[in-house]
Design a protein around this ligand. Structure first.
Ligand SMILES: Nc1ncnc2c1ncn2[C@@H]1O[C@H](COP(=O)(O)OP(=O)(O)O)[C@@H](O)[C@H]1O
Ligand SMILES: [Mg+2]
Length: 285
Protein backbone atom coordinates (compact mmCIF):
# COMPACT_ATOMS: atom_id res chain seq x y z
CA UNK A 1 0.00 0.00 0.00
CA UNK A 2 2.70 2.47 0.96
CA UNK A 3 4.39 1.75 -2.35
CA UNK A 4 1.36 2.99 -4.26
CA UNK A 5 1.83 6.38 -2.66
CA UNK A 6 5.00 6.87 -4.66
CA UNK A 7 4.16 8.12 -8.13
CA UNK A 8 5.68 6.09 -10.93
CA UNK A 9 5.80 9.20 -13.09
CA UNK A 10 4.56 12.74 -12.95
CA UNK A 11 0.86 13.13 -13.61
CA UNK A 12 0.08 13.95 -17.20
CA UNK A 13 -3.20 15.73 -17.83
CA UNK A 14 -4.28 12.88 -20.12
CA UNK A 15 -4.07 10.43 -17.25
CA UNK A 16 -7.63 10.93 -16.11
CA UNK A 17 -9.18 10.02 -19.41
CA UNK A 18 -9.34 6.31 -18.72
CA UNK A 19 -11.40 6.75 -15.58
CA UNK A 20 -14.87 6.28 -17.00
CA UNK A 21 -15.49 9.86 -18.01
CA UNK A 22 -15.02 10.98 -14.44
CA UNK A 23 -14.33 14.63 -15.09
CA UNK A 24 -15.98 14.82 -18.46
CA UNK A 25 -18.37 17.67 -17.82
CA UNK A 26 -15.66 19.81 -16.24
CA UNK A 27 -12.76 18.55 -18.28
CA UNK A 28 -11.93 21.87 -19.84
CA UNK A 29 -12.41 24.02 -16.77
CA UNK A 30 -11.25 22.08 -13.71
CA UNK A 31 -8.11 23.83 -12.58
CA UNK A 32 -7.04 21.15 -10.15
CA UNK A 33 -7.07 18.66 -12.94
CA UNK A 34 -4.85 20.90 -15.00
CA UNK A 35 -2.51 21.27 -12.04
CA UNK A 36 -2.46 17.47 -12.05
CA UNK A 37 -4.02 15.81 -9.05
CA UNK A 38 -2.62 12.36 -9.64
CA UNK A 39 -5.46 9.84 -9.72
CA UNK A 40 -3.42 7.17 -11.46
CA UNK A 41 -4.73 4.48 -9.11
CA UNK A 42 -8.25 5.89 -9.18
CA UNK A 43 -8.01 6.62 -5.47
CA UNK A 44 -8.53 10.20 -4.36
CA UNK A 45 -7.97 9.86 -0.63
CA UNK A 46 -5.72 7.55 1.37
CA UNK A 47 -5.75 7.55 5.15
CA UNK A 48 -3.31 5.06 6.64
CA UNK A 49 -3.03 4.22 10.32
CA UNK A 50 -3.96 7.71 11.46
CA UNK A 51 -3.83 8.30 15.20
CA UNK A 52 -4.91 11.53 16.89
CA UNK A 53 -4.62 11.85 20.68
CA UNK A 54 -6.14 14.49 22.90
CA UNK A 55 -4.43 14.33 26.31
CA UNK A 56 -3.75 10.64 25.83
CA UNK A 57 -7.29 9.84 24.60
CA UNK A 58 -7.22 8.47 21.06
CA UNK A 59 -9.96 10.19 19.06
CA UNK A 60 -8.58 8.36 16.01
CA UNK A 61 -6.85 5.06 16.56
CA UNK A 62 -4.99 3.59 13.59
CA UNK A 63 -7.70 4.70 11.20
CA UNK A 64 -7.22 3.46 7.62
CA UNK A 65 -9.61 4.35 4.86
CA UNK A 66 -9.49 4.93 1.11
CA UNK A 67 -11.96 6.78 -1.09
CA UNK A 68 -12.10 6.16 -4.83
CA UNK A 69 -12.24 9.04 -7.30
CA UNK A 70 -15.89 9.82 -8.00
CA UNK A 71 -17.13 7.79 -5.04
CA UNK A 72 -19.99 8.77 -2.74
CA UNK A 73 -19.11 7.41 0.72
CA UNK A 74 -21.15 7.62 3.88
CA UNK A 75 -19.53 7.60 7.29
CA UNK A 76 -21.71 6.60 10.20
CA UNK A 77 -20.93 5.75 13.81
CA UNK A 78 -21.93 6.63 17.35
CA UNK A 79 -21.22 10.04 18.88
CA UNK A 80 -17.55 10.41 19.70
CA UNK A 81 -16.51 7.80 17.11
CA UNK A 82 -14.06 10.27 15.55
CA UNK A 83 -15.99 11.28 12.41
CA UNK A 84 -15.44 15.02 12.76
CA UNK A 85 -11.83 14.51 13.86
CA UNK A 86 -11.26 12.52 10.68
CA UNK A 87 -12.50 15.47 8.62
CA UNK A 88 -10.27 17.78 10.68
CA UNK A 89 -7.26 15.65 9.71
CA UNK A 90 -8.19 15.62 6.02
CA UNK A 91 -8.57 19.41 5.94
CA UNK A 92 -5.39 20.12 7.91
CA UNK A 93 -7.18 21.52 10.95
CA UNK A 94 -5.77 18.75 13.13
CA UNK A 95 -2.35 17.16 12.68
CA UNK A 96 -2.22 13.42 13.29
CA UNK A 97 0.29 12.08 15.84
CA UNK A 98 1.10 9.33 13.36
CA UNK A 99 -0.08 7.90 10.08
CA UNK A 100 -0.28 9.18 6.53
CA UNK A 101 -2.93 11.08 4.62
CA UNK A 102 -2.64 11.54 0.85
CA UNK A 103 -4.82 13.40 -1.63
CA UNK A 104 -4.35 11.57 -4.89
CA UNK A 105 -0.97 9.89 -5.26
CA UNK A 106 1.28 12.80 -4.45
CA UNK A 107 -0.21 15.38 -2.09
CA UNK A 108 0.74 14.71 1.52
CA UNK A 109 -2.07 16.36 3.49
CA UNK A 110 -0.13 16.18 6.75
CA UNK A 111 2.42 18.61 5.30
CA UNK A 112 -0.04 21.11 3.86
CA UNK A 113 -1.74 24.09 5.50
CA UNK A 114 -5.53 24.40 5.61
CA UNK A 115 -5.59 26.98 2.77
CA UNK A 116 -3.26 24.86 0.64
CA UNK A 117 -5.55 21.87 1.12
CA UNK A 118 -8.61 23.90 0.18
CA UNK A 119 -6.82 25.27 -2.90
CA UNK A 120 -5.79 21.75 -3.90
CA UNK A 121 -9.47 20.85 -4.24
CA UNK A 122 -10.89 19.68 -0.91
CA UNK A 123 -14.07 21.52 0.09
CA UNK A 124 -15.70 21.12 3.49
CA UNK A 125 -19.17 21.89 4.62
CA UNK A 126 -19.69 22.32 8.33
CA UNK A 127 -22.99 21.58 10.05
CA UNK A 128 -24.15 25.16 10.41
CA UNK A 129 -24.65 27.05 7.15
CA UNK A 130 -22.36 30.06 6.87
CA UNK A 131 -23.71 32.19 4.05
CA UNK A 132 -23.71 35.96 3.59
CA UNK A 133 -27.24 36.65 4.81
CA UNK A 134 -27.41 40.22 3.47
CA UNK A 135 -26.38 39.25 -0.04
CA UNK A 136 -28.44 37.59 -2.72
CA UNK A 137 -27.98 33.96 -3.69
CA UNK A 138 -26.23 35.06 -6.88
CA UNK A 139 -23.88 37.38 -4.98
CA UNK A 140 -23.03 34.59 -2.55
CA UNK A 141 -21.98 32.43 -5.50
CA UNK A 142 -20.02 35.29 -6.99
CA UNK A 143 -18.22 35.94 -3.70
CA UNK A 144 -17.43 32.24 -3.30
CA UNK A 145 -16.01 32.13 -6.80
CA UNK A 146 -13.87 35.19 -6.26
CA UNK A 147 -12.58 33.85 -2.97
CA UNK A 148 -11.02 31.03 -4.98
CA UNK A 149 -7.32 31.75 -4.65
CA UNK A 150 -6.50 29.66 -7.67
CA UNK A 151 -7.94 32.44 -9.82
CA UNK A 152 -6.34 35.87 -9.78
CA UNK A 153 -9.34 38.06 -9.46
CA UNK A 154 -10.27 41.57 -8.58
CA UNK A 155 -13.45 41.61 -6.54
CA UNK A 156 -14.87 44.19 -8.91
CA UNK A 157 -13.87 42.54 -12.17
CA UNK A 158 -16.69 41.48 -14.48
CA UNK A 159 -17.47 37.80 -14.48
CA UNK A 160 -16.45 36.01 -17.64
CA UNK A 161 -19.01 34.17 -19.74
CA UNK A 162 -17.59 30.89 -18.50
CA UNK A 163 -17.98 32.00 -14.88
CA UNK A 164 -21.57 33.11 -15.48
CA UNK A 165 -22.30 29.73 -17.06
CA UNK A 166 -20.82 27.97 -14.06
CA UNK A 167 -22.98 29.99 -11.66
CA UNK A 168 -26.07 29.31 -13.78
CA UNK A 169 -25.46 25.56 -13.83
CA UNK A 170 -24.80 25.36 -10.08
CA UNK A 171 -27.95 27.42 -9.38
CA UNK A 172 -29.93 24.75 -11.20
CA UNK A 173 -28.02 21.90 -9.55
CA UNK A 174 -28.81 23.11 -6.05
CA UNK A 175 -32.38 24.08 -7.02
CA UNK A 176 -31.93 27.77 -6.34
CA UNK A 177 -32.29 29.06 -9.92
CA UNK A 178 -35.63 30.65 -9.04
CA UNK A 179 -34.08 32.33 -6.02
CA UNK A 180 -30.97 33.87 -7.58
CA UNK A 181 -32.01 37.39 -6.56
CA UNK A 182 -33.36 36.54 -3.14
CA UNK A 183 -31.47 37.62 -0.03
CA UNK A 184 -29.81 34.57 1.48
CA UNK A 185 -31.19 35.51 4.90
CA UNK A 186 -34.72 34.94 3.59
CA UNK A 187 -34.10 31.35 2.44
CA UNK A 188 -35.37 28.32 4.35
CA UNK A 189 -32.85 26.36 6.43
CA UNK A 190 -32.64 23.67 3.75
CA UNK A 191 -32.11 26.23 0.99
CA UNK A 192 -29.31 27.85 2.99
CA UNK A 193 -27.63 24.45 3.22
CA UNK A 194 -27.94 24.08 -0.56
CA UNK A 195 -26.60 27.57 -1.05
CA UNK A 196 -23.54 26.69 0.97
CA UNK A 197 -23.06 23.47 -0.98
CA UNK A 198 -23.36 25.56 -4.16
CA UNK A 199 -20.74 27.97 -2.82
CA UNK A 200 -18.40 25.03 -2.32
CA UNK A 201 -19.11 23.89 -5.88
CA UNK A 202 -18.10 27.33 -7.17
CA UNK A 203 -14.52 26.39 -6.35
CA UNK A 204 -14.80 23.10 -8.27
CA UNK A 205 -13.56 20.86 -5.49
CA UNK A 206 -12.52 17.34 -6.38
CA UNK A 207 -13.39 16.05 -2.91
CA UNK A 208 -16.30 17.31 -0.84
CA UNK A 209 -16.58 16.62 2.88
CA UNK A 210 -20.06 17.09 4.32
CA UNK A 211 -20.70 16.83 8.06
CA UNK A 212 -24.37 16.05 8.80
CA UNK A 213 -25.70 17.97 5.79
CA UNK A 214 -29.40 17.15 6.30
CA UNK A 215 -29.62 17.92 10.02
CA UNK A 216 -32.68 20.13 10.51
CA UNK A 217 -34.01 19.62 6.98
CA UNK A 218 -37.58 18.60 6.18
CA UNK A 219 -38.15 15.14 4.68
CA UNK A 220 -38.69 16.71 1.28
CA UNK A 221 -35.46 18.74 1.51
CA UNK A 222 -33.61 15.63 2.67
CA UNK A 223 -34.80 13.71 -0.39
CA UNK A 224 -33.76 16.54 -2.72
CA UNK A 225 -30.34 16.64 -1.03
CA UNK A 226 -29.87 12.92 -1.61
CA UNK A 227 -30.66 13.46 -5.31
CA UNK A 228 -28.18 16.32 -5.45
CA UNK A 229 -25.36 14.26 -3.91
CA UNK A 230 -26.06 11.31 -6.20
CA UNK A 231 -25.86 13.71 -9.16
CA UNK A 232 -22.54 15.14 -7.93
CA UNK A 233 -20.90 11.73 -7.52
CA UNK A 234 -18.72 10.80 -10.45
CA UNK A 235 -17.78 14.39 -11.16
CA UNK A 236 -16.74 14.88 -7.56
CA UNK A 237 -15.89 12.51 -4.72
CA UNK A 238 -18.05 12.92 -1.63
CA UNK A 239 -17.57 11.88 1.97
CA UNK A 240 -20.78 12.37 3.91
CA UNK A 241 -21.10 12.01 7.68
CA UNK A 242 -24.74 11.43 8.55
CA UNK A 243 -26.99 9.92 11.21
CA UNK A 244 -30.19 9.88 9.16
CA UNK A 245 -30.37 6.28 7.91
CA UNK A 246 -33.12 7.00 5.40
CA UNK A 247 -30.82 9.56 3.83
CA UNK A 248 -27.85 7.18 3.89
CA UNK A 249 -30.03 4.57 2.21
CA UNK A 250 -31.09 7.05 -0.49
CA UNK A 251 -27.44 7.86 -1.24
CA UNK A 252 -26.86 4.19 -1.94
CA UNK A 253 -23.06 4.24 -1.69
CA UNK A 254 -20.64 2.24 0.40
CA UNK A 255 -20.94 2.84 4.13
CA UNK A 256 -18.08 2.95 6.62
CA UNK A 257 -18.87 2.54 10.30
CA UNK A 258 -16.45 4.30 12.62
CA UNK A 259 -16.21 3.38 16.26
CA UNK A 260 -13.62 4.34 18.87
CA UNK A 261 -11.49 6.03 16.25
CA UNK A 262 -11.18 3.24 13.72
CA UNK A 263 -13.19 1.39 11.08
CA UNK A 264 -15.56 -1.16 12.59
CA UNK A 265 -17.29 -2.27 9.39
CA UNK A 266 -17.56 -1.31 5.75
CA UNK A 267 -19.90 -2.31 2.94
CA UNK A 268 -23.46 -1.76 1.77
CA UNK A 269 -25.83 -0.20 4.29
CA UNK A 270 -27.73 -3.49 4.52
CA UNK A 271 -24.55 -5.46 5.22
CA UNK A 272 -23.26 -3.13 7.95
CA UNK A 273 -26.72 -2.92 9.55
CA UNK A 274 -26.77 -6.71 9.75
CA UNK A 275 -23.30 -6.84 11.30
CA UNK A 276 -23.58 -7.92 14.97
CA UNK A 277 -20.66 -5.68 15.99
CA UNK A 278 -22.43 -2.67 14.48
CA UNK A 279 -25.71 -3.55 16.18
CA UNK A 280 -23.79 -3.88 19.45
CA UNK A 281 -22.25 -0.39 19.29
CA UNK A 282 -25.53 1.24 18.35
CA UNK A 283 -27.72 -0.60 20.84
CA UNK A 284 -25.14 -1.19 23.56
CA UNK A 285 -24.70 2.52 24.36
N1 LIG B 1 -10.16 19.27 20.50
C1 LIG B 1 -10.48 18.22 21.25
N2 LIG B 1 -9.98 18.09 22.50
C2 LIG B 1 -10.27 17.02 23.26
N3 LIG B 1 -11.05 16.00 22.88
C3 LIG B 1 -11.57 16.07 21.64
C4 LIG B 1 -11.32 17.16 20.77
N4 LIG B 1 -11.98 16.94 19.60
C5 LIG B 1 -12.61 15.76 19.74
N5 LIG B 1 -12.37 15.23 20.97
C6 LIG B 1 -12.88 13.94 21.46
O1 LIG B 1 -12.57 12.98 20.48
C7 LIG B 1 -13.65 12.05 20.34
C8 LIG B 1 -14.11 12.05 18.91
O2 LIG B 1 -14.79 13.25 18.64
P1 LIG B 1 -15.45 13.59 17.24
O3 LIG B 1 -14.44 13.39 16.18
O4 LIG B 1 -16.08 14.91 17.36
O5 LIG B 1 -16.57 12.44 17.13
P2 LIG B 1 -17.87 12.35 16.21
O6 LIG B 1 -17.79 13.44 15.19
O7 LIG B 1 -17.80 10.97 15.62
O8 LIG B 1 -19.04 12.49 17.13
C9 LIG B 1 -14.72 12.48 21.33
O9 LIG B 1 -14.58 11.69 22.49
C10 LIG B 1 -14.38 13.93 21.60
O10 LIG B 1 -14.79 14.30 22.89
MG1 LIG C 1 -19.12 15.03 14.71
Amino acid sequence: MTATLTPERPAAPEDDHGSGGLWESEATTSRVRVEGLDLTHKVILYLEEITVSFDGFKALNNLSLTIDAGELRCIIGPNGAGKTTMMDVITGKTRPDSGTAFFGQTLDLTRMTEPQIADAGIGRKFQKPTVFENHTVFENFELAMKADKRVRHSLFAELSGEELDHIASVLIQVRLDRYANRQAGLLSHGQKQWLEIGMLLMQKPQLLLLDEPVAGMTDEETERTAELFVSLAGKHSLVVVEHDMKFVEALGGKVTVLCDGSVLAEGSLASVQADPRVIEVYLGR
